[in-house]
Design a protein around this ligand. Structure first.
Ligand code: 26W
Length: 824
């Protein structure tokens, strides 16, 4: 049996303090008398970082030496949040740091709070990538993440007069968690010409002579596993002017300004994260980002492979590359180019290697989110890649024609090139053709892609190419870090902290669901978390909320398909109902706080109207003396990972109410349940599997099913669409001006009334309202409510990202963990 190698932490509290002081006095060049919380954060981070580096170096050495198959996770987004708290917990020395900091006169929460979130992502897809990195390291897989080092992360959201205002997120003033590797830099080409020559053997050789070069510089971020010395690497690429371009000659020719301008053009590539979630706008700079990142990453991966001097056919035995949505699909084309143009392989040999190497994860079925790039743009930016795409498509179409000789329309439907004007490259189709496995992220979603958007591809490649891997979340961040008290309470009933490595151990909690004493402790923790959130709400926006009220939370990106509009219409309905009641009856109603949070894409007009309506309703309801504590409406500005860590543990009820069939999985649904909250939700995404695991009695499901959505939409368009009468009352109230100028919300109302109600708000409204009434009823019986929460948590083991990563490893990557021996 292997003995576990211990983590390179501090020997004791004094050891940590000494290092902290050393960093304050030398690295930061300050005196301890002049060490504010920010400096204490910086020094703590530097101290912990030093410990991580030792394990990080050893992990990389070990992985190089053993030379096992590695996983490369290519994602344009990594929504990491804060690193210090996570590093302390994963190393297992937060208590020690707390004691040390306290001795020096600091509260650890204040120190942790100094850190700026690393917000290099939009929402679900980016946070999933971050959870996967945590699991990959915690399970000792040899794995790297590859992404872009954006100078600006997702914008910061301010609410001004009820409207969203975007502020740039410049987050790199001080970032101790990244290591610039100026020695690892790669020149990436764009534009230019393609040349064909015949070599001595009569073989045609194609070469690409780019017209512009941009330099990619690596920045590495250590990813510590929990309770293991394995510390993996996240490599982020930053763009700079290629060395040749910003040359000395040009200064002498008096072209200083234009030389600097070119440098800035190069730097633009990694400057900013595109803030659209589920919307493809086809911007040239975005395609440049994608190629820049993919080409640099592949160069790095290929270079590492070449060090072991194996034959090319062994590449897929050594390398698994996962495409996080279609954003990195150019990697398929780039690897084929490297193999045939630079390494001289035959097309078929190269193509087999490519397909064996890649796996593609789809995260959405929304048509407006499926990436397409115009052929003209490709021709201009990546002329050689366009040729290769045409060849990939030609061979693919030939294969399909042989399989379905009489089906002309099939060829038109499945072609990687959409024959429209302008012609478009369909990236999802390219990703499917270039990968050996395609997966969805929850059962319903994986079924839907097989029967709708990718149906033809199932007929062509057979059903085995398509699979499901239901998403998961890391219990380290989303329970242990976000909700330390609950995690500690669970540990007392689950034989210690083992559940953090094996979440199925939570099942030991089942037998305590009926234990009065345990329920009391459980309820006290939930209450304390609500008090903490109430305090934050009071301090940041001056709204008093009663922590004994039912906290009803919907936090996620604002999108019509996620239906925050239905939620706020429901809140208006509740308000009207309360107002219409006799005071005696009113007093007996269940008090609620409706909490919203989330960013709207800057160009998404409808989403911005939703935010404005929520805030407008809030300012009326929160100041209505008839209502008092019975209803409060709060919009928490700038929802991000660190706010999620505070909000999620404070929820009694969370809303996951997308139109059935539209939310691929959802992952916050899992986080809320894991933190002892219940869900009101539709039969969509992972809600369905959560219900299967936790039991129908422990979730509030409502609304139409995915299989009925198409018919309902059809009926809206061609039949008659009679609106739900309660919803009509809500619209009438909006139109009366109760919440400000009705024109401000005209789009929201019209989309339901005039424009076919695509997201079925009216169809689901009645059952939504009724189900909320059931929630009120259930919440009255606190003993039973808490028991539902305990049972649910006990049954959440399946939703760990550890389970999810093990499934990828086994069914898609064929990689194994690298056992850490004591001597290596
Ligand atoms: C091209 C623009 C664009 C940008 C981002 C298109 C699509 C995206 C993402 C795929 C959107 C996204 O984050 N999808 C979410 O992925 C989560 C992780 O699998 C799921 O849990 C969510 O249901 C899904 O909306």
């Amino acid at each position: 049996a292997w003995k576990k190698h211990s983590v390179s932490g501090f020997s004791d509290k004094d050891g940590f303090e000494k290092e902290l002081v050393r960093h304050v006095e030398t690295t930061l060049a300050r005196s301890m008398y002049n060490c504010d919380e920010n400096a204490a954060y910086a020094a703590s981070s530097l101290a912990f970082r030093d410990r991580l580096i030792l394990d990080w170096n050893r992990t990389q050495q070990r992985q190089t030496y053993r030379d096992n198959k590695r996983v490369y996770y290519l994602s344009l987004e990594f929504l990491m949040g804060r690193a210090l708290d996570n590093a302390m917990l994963n190393i297992g020395q937060k208590d020690l740091a707390k004691a040390g900091l306290s001795e020096l006169g600091y509260r650890i929460e204040d120190i942790i709070d100094q850190e700026h979130d690393a917000a290099l992502g939009n929402g679900g897809l980016g946070r999933l990538a971050a959870c996967f990195l945590d699991s990959l390291a915690s399970l000792n897989y040899p794995a790297w993440g590859y992404g872009l080092r954006y100078r600006y992360g997702i914008f910061k959201q301010q609410i001004v007069n009820g409207y969203q205002v975007e502020v740039p997120d410049y987050w790199l003033h001080f970032n101790p968690w990244e290591f610039p590797r100026h020695d690892i830099s790669i020149d990436i080409g764009f534009h230019g010409q393609v040349h064909k020559k015949t070599d001595e053997n009569g073989k045609t050789v194609t070469s690409w002579e780019p017209g512009q070069m941009v330099k990619a510089v690596a920045y590495d971020v250590p990813i510590p596993g929990y309770d293991t010395p394995t510390t993996n690497n996240l490599r982020l690429w930053s763009s700079e002017a290629a060395s040749e371009e910003f040359d000395f000659q040009r200064f002498n020719r008096g072209e200083y300004e234009s030389a600097v301008a070119e440098q800035q053009t190069a730097e633009t590539i990694s400057a900013v994260l595109y803030p659209n979630d589920n919307l493809d706008r086809g911007k040239e700079l975005r395609l440049k980002q994608q190629y820049f990142w993919v080409a640099a990453s592949l160069y790095d991966i290929v270079r590492r492979f070449k060090k072991s001097r194996r034959p090319w056919r062994e590449f897929p035995d050594q390398v698994a590359i996962q495409l996080n949505d279609t954003h990195p699909t150019l990697a398929v084309v780039e690897l084929q180019r490297v193999l045939i143009d630079l390494e001289g392989l035959e097309w078929d040999d190269a193509w087999n290697i490519v397909v064996e190497t890649f796996g593609y994860t789809n995260h959405t079925v929304l048509p407006e989110a499926l990436e397409k790039w115009s052929v003209g743009l490709f021709q201009h930016l990546l002329p050689r890649h366009l040729q290769i795409i045409y060849d990939i498509n030609l061979f693919f179409l030939q294969k399909v024609e042989r399989m379905f000789p009489d089906d002309r329309d099939m060829l038109r439907r499945i072609s990687i090139i959409e024959e429209a004007s302008p012609k478009m490259v369909r990236m999802a189709y390219l990703a499917i053709v270039g990968s050996h496995k395609v997966n969805g992220v929850a059962e319903l979603h994986s079924d839907l892609i097989k029967t709708t958007i990718f149906k033809d591809f199932v007929a062509i490649f057979g059903p085995d190419k398509f699979t499901n891997v239901t998403n998961g979340i890391t219990p380290r961040r989303w329970l242990h870090q976000a909700n330390a008290k609950l995690s500690d309470l669970i540990a007392t009933k689950c034989e210690g902290n083992g559940f953090l490595n094996d979440l199925t151990m939570l099942s030991k909690l089942e037998k305590f669901a009926e234990d009065k004493e345990f329920r009391k402790e459980w309820a006290e923790i939930k209450f304390a978390n609500k008090v903490r959130l109430a305090k934050y709400i009071k301090e940041t926006m001056g709204i008093s909320v009663n922590p004994s009220a039912l906290f009803d939370v919907q936090v996620k990106r604002i999108h019509e398909y996620k239906r925050q509009q239905m939620n706020i219409f429901g809140v208006i309905h509740r308000y009207l109902t309360l107002k219409a009641m006799a005071p005696e009856k009113r007093k007996k109603q269940q008090p609620r706080v409706s909490i919203f949070g989330g960013k709207a894409a800057p160009g998404y007009w409808m989403a911005k109207q939703i935010i404005h309506l929520i805030n407008s309703v809030g300012s009326v309801v929160n100041n209505d003396a008839d209502i008092g504590d019975l209803l409060k409406v709060v919009f928490i500005a700038d929802y991000n990972v660190s706010k999620a860590e505070m909000i999620i543990p404070a929820s009694d009820l969370s809303e996951h109410i997308s139109t059935a069939g539209t939310e691929a999985s959802g992952t916050s649904n899992m986080k809320f349940v894991l933190n002892g909250g219940l869900i009101i939700g539709t039969c969509d995404g992972a809600n369905i599997e959560i219900t299967r695991e936790t039991g129908e009695n422990n979730i509030f499901l409502f609304g139409n099913l995915a299989e009925d959505v198409e018919d309902l939409r059809h009926a809206h368009t061609y039949g008659q669409h009679s609106l739900d009468p309660d919803l009509v009352k809500v619209f009438d109230e909006i139109n009366k001006g109760t919440f400000g100028s009705p024109e401000d919300f005209g789009g929201l109302v019209a989309s339901v009334r005039e424009h076919g109600d695509y997201y079925l708000v009216s169809d689901d409204f009645h059952s939504y309202i009724e189900t909320h009434a059931l929630v009120d009823e259930a919440y009255k019986n606190q003993e039973e409510w808490v028991s539902k929460c305990v049972l649910s948590v006990a049954r959440m083991g399946f939703f760990s990202s550890d389970r999810c990563i093990n499934e990828y490893a086994e069914s898609i990557w064929n990689v194994e963990p690298l056992v850490v021996k004591d001597d290596a």
